[in-house]
Design a protein around this ligand. Structure first.
Ligand code: CO
Length: 131
């Protein structure tokens, strides 16, 4: 069951510059975290019940680094919040959707996350996220 759009992930080349730019919108205080497993430094900006997730690659050969190289900064993924990640993954697979992660991994803020392949939606990377 999908509960909400949890956050929108945006790839940026420089987190401090992106925070200055997004800060002009007057969003809430960012929570900054490094997730070495995914090769990113993340800033989560609260927006009501949702969040903007700014993603800066730690290395050029990380997934976000390669995304920036290919497509430049901007929208990277949309995260849907689910109440049961294993069940949501099983349901997606049963519907024939292509998964990147067959098992949950740890995301920002201690969340559990898994990605569907962009081919599943015709081009947009979708993250399933359980808090
Ligand atoms: Co995300």
């Amino acid at each position: 069951v999908y509960e909400a759009i949890d956050h929108v992930g945006i790839a940026v080349a420089n987190l401090e510059e992106a925070l200055a730019a997004w800060g002009r919108l007057g969003l809430g205080e960012p929570v900054i975290e490094e997730i070495p497993d995914q090769g990113v430094r993340v800033a989560m900006l609260p927006v009501g019940t949702g969040k903007i997730e700014l993603l800066e690659p730690l290395r050029p050969d990380s997934p976000v680094g390669r995304f920036l190289e290919r497509r430049g900064p901007g929208l990277h993924h949309v995260a849907l919040r689910v109440d049961d990640l294993e069940a949501a993954l099983a349901a997606a697979e049963a519907r024939g959707l292509e998964l990147i992660d067959r098992r949950p991994r740890t995301g920002a803020g201690g969340s559990r996350i898994a990605f569907l392949h962009p081919r599943a939606t015709g081009g947009t990377l979708v993250e399933l996220c359980q808090r």
